[in-house]
Design a protein around this ligand. Structure first.
Ligand SMILES: *[C@@H]1O[C@H](CO)[C@@H](O)[C@H](O)[C@H]1NC(C)=O
Ligand SMILES: *[C@@H]1O[C@H](CO)[C@@H](O)[C@H](O)[C@H]1NC(C)=O
Ligand SMILES: *[C@@H]1O[C@H](CO)[C@@H](O)[C@H](O)[C@H]1NC(C)=O
Ligand SMILES: *[C@@H]1O[C@H](CO)[C@@H](O)[C@H](O)[C@H]1NC(C)=O
Ligand SMILES: *[C@@H]1O[C@H](CO)[C@@H](O)[C@H](O)[C@H]1NC(C)=O
Ligand SMILES: *[C@@H]1O[C@H](CO)[C@@H](O)[C@H](O)[C@H]1NC(C)=O
Ligand SMILES: *[C@@H]1O[C@H](CO)[C@@H](O)[C@H](O)[C@H]1NC(C)=O
Ligand SMILES: *[C@@H]1O[C@H](CO)[C@@H](O)[C@H](O)[C@H]1NC(C)=O
Ligand SMILES: *[C@@H]1O[C@H](CO)[C@@H](O)[C@H](O)[C@H]1NC(C)=O
Ligand SMILES: *[C@@H]1O[C@H](CO)[C@@H](O)[C@H](O)[C@H]1NC(C)=O
Ligand SMILES: *[C@@H]1O[C@H](CO)[C@@H](O)[C@H](O)[C@H]1NC(C)=O
Ligand SMILES: *[C@@H]1O[C@H](CO)[C@@H](O)[C@H](O)[C@H]1NC(C)=O
Ligand SMILES: [Ca+2]
Length: 569
């Protein structure tokens, strides 16, 4: 008889299992709101509470989580900052009680947005995590900070600057973790694992917390972060200014064919002919763009543009060599780094003038808007022209933005001691062929952290020490936060959060990162992605890969920004 008791007890638990319908109500959510003392200075609204259960939501997946079908409780809350007449909305997707795995995940934004709608939220629910996002207090989940940056021409809304910079995420995670514990009746003794995952601007938001709040998360997956903000944003204008200065505006077909010729020339340098440039550093060392001058290119006409049938020009090559040489001032001092060879030159896109039938300047709006709104404080969404703008002007814009936003959006603090001491782990990735945020930008930050935190160790010893809690992976051939149509056989990490969870919760160090080929003839192939500073090299005619140490290659990733007297982290 006694033998039945545990079984009966189990049966009783199952029979009484709490369903999503039981708890996904505004009444239940109201009874589980965090107390206002969880984050001094805020008041959580007792009246603005929205909650509804959602069943069988199919998501086709994203760059970083696989396709799946999920059930969740869709909760939206609001809070205000005391003595400010504001409203910040935060949204949580909570897994079914029987799927909850005592995890919380914050997600971030893209471009000028502090969130990506609901696109990132399934990425936590599939791992039994409550997923959270914030609207930053900008008015809605679809409002970019650029729309609310200025109170009037000349007047910055400092609150929105800091919310975007880091504060909104600190509030989101703090409230989100407390709400998660309350909602699922966790006791104080139970461990709730807290994570982060996002790319690009979302990657910057990730670093903003790791740099400031050591114990906020147990781990973060950070992709291609838009850190070193004023450098990054002004850099978006570098390609345009090179074109204007050299007075040559490459037709888009010439730009793309230069990328294609570079890919074809550098493909095999990594030991495998798969159309993927896994070693852009070897491309830098062994390939010279001048070798493709006079090669033909062709693109068919479309509704706005004529047929483009010509050959790669010496002028086009000069423009791209200058772009790839990194930003310089008028004296030739290095101001900033650049893209790796083989990338698509998004920032250098030109515009067709149907009257003059020529290609001309198309000012990159990320860079242009940064200057008009963030620096000139004018309510304009792009620069009207680059007249009178020189290479020195870009340097001055960088300096101005760096100083203005050093303690809010700049996001390069290199001493991560509190995070490391708290046991945090970072999985940082960046596409080797990112044409929006240069890959070397992540390498430079990794090196700043390494040098700042391990100044007395040798290179190898410091890289090993750093690798115990912060690992950087350059994704062969990948473009900005996704896989690359021009190099379809490249891998992409499909489950980096799973890898991070294994590292944090089970101590499984990602010596290499799992990647999956998402297109091309190798679609579905599983590959290993090397951890920096090791680099991939294929052997046996491209059948086996090793992660190798190559000093000459590593040196090509090092930039000295001698245009500035201050350290640039
Ligand atoms: C969700 O899908 C499952 C399996 O297809 C089905 O059994 C269940 O009834 C569906 N639930 C709802 C609420 O539609
Ligand atoms: C989630 O909640 C928001 C806010 O109440 C609502 O606008 C949205 O439609 C809901 N989504 C789903 C899938 O129910
Ligand atoms: C939390 O506990 C309350 C009171 O026992 C219960 O009604 C509720 O269903 C529990 N919630 C969950 C998610 O288990
Ligand atoms: C570049 O290569 C891609 C295939 O990878 C092709 O679709 C595209 O047309 C090529 N572009 C040019 C300008 O040749
Ligand atoms: C490529 O070759 C040209 C002509 O020989 C030379 O001027 C240029 O510096 C080379 N570029 C690089 C990046 O080595
Ligand atoms: C492109 O131009 C060349 C010479 O001007 C011509 O021989 C060729 O047929 C053209 N290609 C296409 C696809 O029209
Ligand atoms: C297009 O070219 C015409 C003729 O040269 C010129 O007048 C016009 O300003 C150009 N348009 C733009 C948008 O640059
Ligand atoms: C603010 O500046 C923009 C651009 O300079 C201008 O178009 C707009 O009229 C100005 N707004 C006000 C209210 O002065
Ligand atoms: C550029 O400089 C010239 C000469 O100082 C001035 O006349 C012109 O208005 C300036 N253009 C712009 C767009 O600032
Ligand atoms: C660092 O380690 C690599 C092997 O991983 C070795 O080849 C290299 O010589 C070492 N570098 C130094 C400076 O000791
Ligand atoms: C990586 O992939 C291998 C083989 O596909 C699998 O066994 C392993 O669990 C994966 N590791 C992680 C951390 O996902
Ligand atoms: C090497 O690999 C390429 C394609 O990956 C194949 O075409 C070629 O036949 C292989 N060569 C040898 C000697 O196996
Ligand atoms: Ca290759």
């Amino acid at each position: 008889m006694a033998a039945f008791l545990p079984l009966l007890a189990l049966w009783a638990t199952v029979a009484q299992a709490v369903t999503l319908d039981d708890v996904c109500t505004t009444e239940y959510v109201r009874s589980k709101l965090p107390s206002d003392t969880v984050y001094p200075g805020i008041t959580i609204s007792q009246s603005f509470i929205e909650a509804n259960p959602v069943y069988n939501l199919s998501t086709s997946g994203s760059a970083v989580y696989p396709a799946s079908t999920i059930d969740y409780c869709n909760v939206t809350l609001a809070y205000s900052h005391n003595a400010r007449d504001d409203t910040v909305r935060i949204r949580f997707w909570l897994p079914r009680p029987d799927s909850f795995e005592k995890r919380y995940l914050s997600t971030g934004g893209a471009e000028y947005y502090v969130n990506q709608g609901v696109q990132q939220l399934p990425g936590g629910v599939i791992y039994g995590a409550v997923s959270g996002s914030t609207d930053g207090g900008f008015g809605s989940f679809d409002t970019g900070v650029d729309e609310v940056l200025l109170l009037a021409n000349g007047t910055l809304d400092q609150q929105n600057v800091y919310m975007f910079g880091y504060q909104a995420h600190h509030e989101l995670s703090t409230i989100g973790k407390s709400f998660t514990r309350n909602f699922f009746n966790m006791t104080q003794d139970e461990k709730l694992y807290a994570y982060y995952q996002s790319c690009s601007e979302g990657g910057r938001e990730g670093w903003s917390q790791v740099q400031r709040f050591g114990d906020e998360w147990d781990g973060a997956v950070i992709g291609a972060p838009a850190i070193r903000y004023s450098f990054q944003m002004v850099f978006h204008l570098w390609s345009n200014l090179v074109e204007k200065t050299l007075n040559y505006y490459p037709p888009p077909c010439e730009l793309e064919s230069i990328a294609n010729y570079t890919i074809a020339a550098c493909d095999g340098l990594d030991g495998r002919l798969d159309g993927v440039v896994s070693r852009s550093d070897l491309c830098k060392l062994h390939f010279n763009l001048t070798s493709i001058i006079n090669q033909p290119y062709y693109c068919a006409a479309d509704s706005d543009t004529p047929v483009q049938n010509a050959t790669v020009s010496a002028k086009g090559v000069e423009v791209l060599e200058t772009i790839l040489g990194g930003m310089k001032d008028l004296q030739g001092n290095q101001v900033y780094l650049s893209y790796q060879p083989g990338t698509s030159f998004y920032d250098g896109q030109t515009e067709y003038n149907t009257t003059s039938e020529t290609w001309g300047l198309d000012i990159n709006s990320f860079g242009g808007e940064y200057v008009t709104r963030f620096l000139q404080l004018q309510d304009l969404d792009n620069l009207p022209s680059l007249d009178n703008v020189t290479y020195d002007t870009l340097k001055e814009w960088i300096r101005q933005g760096w100083q203005t936003y050093e303690d809010s959006i700049h996001t390069t603090w290199p001493d991560l001691t509190p995070f490391k001491e708290a046991g945090g782990k970072v999985l940082h990735y960046h596409g080797e062929q990112d044409g929006s945020i240069p890959t070397a930008s992540s390498v430079h930050y990794y090196d700043s952290v390494r040098k700042t935190m391990y100044p007395k160790l040798s290179y190898n010893a410091s890289a090993d020490a750093l690798g115990e809690w912060y690992r950087l992976f350059l994704i062969p051939g990948a473009s900005h936060c996704m896989h690359n149509d021009l190099q379809p056989n490249g891998p992409f990490p499909q489950k980096p959060l799973h890898t991070l969870i294994e590292w944090v919760e089970n101590g499984l160090v990602p010596v290499t990162l799992n990647g999956t080929v998402l297109g091309g003839d190798l679609e579905g192939e599983e590959q290993q992605i090397c951890a920096w500073p090791l680099r991939p090299m294929w052997y046996d005619n491209g059948t086996t890969m090793e992660c190798v140490y190559d000093q000459t290659s590593l040196d090509t990733w090092t930039w000295d920004f001698d245009a500035f007297d201050m350290p640039v982290y």
